[in-house]
Design a protein around this ligand. Structure first.
Ligand SMILES: [Zn+2]
Length: 116
């Protein structure tokens, strides 16, 4: 599963972070996943909860996922807008299909709480 390898990468970098900060453990992790990232949030959450036990500083961490919508800028009228549907987006103002994607593909850690 696609999400599993991403979660393992995330857990490894969190584990490195905990070591670097001399933390006893990580208690909370908040991440942002873009709608267009191709990541299934439920699978990601499940993989995280399943795999976190392998990392002793992360095994009690609670994961919160914020899903961010796709955000586009219209190249014709310059309007920026967010959209839930990922198929055939069009500008709500001028119906143009000439759009640039601004965000929606990201996977970012927003913040991490550690216990020292
Ligand atoms: Zn437009």
């Amino acid at each position: 599963m696609h999400e599993t390898s991403i979660v393992i990468g995330l857990l490894q970098s969190l584990s490195d972070l905990a070591d670097r900060e001399n933390a006893k453990k990580i208690t909370k992790v908040r991440i942002k996943i873009g709608k267009l990232s191709g990541i299934v949030v439920d699978s990601f959450q499940f993989a995280f909860d399943t795999l976190k036990g392998e990392f002793k500083k992360i095994k009690d961490a609670e994961l919160t996922i914020e899903e961010t919508p796709a955000r586009y800028r219209c190249n014709d009228c310059k309007k920026e807008f967010e959209i839930d549907s990922v198929y055939f987006p069009e500008c709500p103002q001028c119906n143009s299909l000439n759009l640039s994607l601004i965000s929606g593909e990201e996977l970012e850690v927003i913040d991490v709480e550690i216990e020292v």
